[in-house]
Design a protein around this ligand. Structure first.
Ligand SMILES: [Ca+2]
Ligand SMILES: [Ca+2]
Length: 206
């Protein structure tokens, strides 16, 4: 015996199937968007930690070097707001028989490629030794482009991604590190600190 309406309720109609497939595709698309955003966020977080960690370590090393010098050993001997991308200095190693003992000349500078921070001892001599402290430097400080104008409003014009401002025995160090993400976006982190030359030696200095 036939029951009225039984055939119609036994399965999905084509329209119902199309609606179900459409809803599934919309849902799948939303899930994909959310997953991509989560992956991007995770990648950004990871890269940010790397950039900030490396920037802090480089700033700490430079600040420690500056504190080991006296103002007279710092080259260039520039008055603020003059700026430079290199420091040449000697570190006070100690006092021997009343005389200050200084290290061999050391240099911290941006490389010619504008991407690396290089520490060098006895630079440009056969005895030169060098260590790369960072290879993620931005060629110009965040917000700055080489156009003869102070684009980022810090009173410095066309300053590089590693910049020193020397004001007597105080050195302000600014650094911008950058890393390109897998989707082509670029992350930038900029940090700054000021260090003071603490070894004021009036006799026996270089
Ligand atoms: Ca500037
Ligand atoms: Ca500029």
């Amino acid at each position: 015996m036939k029951v009225p309406g039984l055939r119609r309720n036994a399965g999905f109609t084509i329209i119902e199937l199309l609606i179900a497939v459409g809803l599934f595709l919309i849902l799948a698309n939303k899930v994909t968007v959310v997953m991509n955003a989560a992956a991007r966020f995770t990648e950004d977080e990871s890269a940010t930690v790397v950039l900030e960690d490396q920037a802090h370590r480089v700033l700490d090393r430079i600040a420690a070097a500056v504190m080991g010098t006296n103002g007279e050993t710092l080259v260039p001997d520039a008055e603020a707001p003059a700026h430079s991308s290199q420091l040449l200095f000697q570190v006070l190693l100690g006092i021997e028989e009343g005389e200050a003992v200084w290290s061999d000349p050391e240099q911290i500078a941006l490389s010619e490629s504008l991407r690396k921070v290089l520490w060098r001892q006895n630079p440009d001599t056969p005895e030169e030794t060098r260590v790369v402290w960072s290879n993620l430097v931005r060629p110009y400080l965040e917000g700055e482009v080489p156009n003869g104008v102070d684009d980022n409003g810090n009173n410095l014009v066309d300053e590089n991604g590693l910049t020193f401002v020397i004001d007597r025995n105080r050195v302000t160090i600014q650094i911008s590190l950058t890393q390109q993400q897998s989707d082509g976006r670029t992350l930038i982190r900029t940090l700054a600190t000021t260090a003071t030359c603490r070894n004021i030696v009036t006799q026996g200095g270089p």
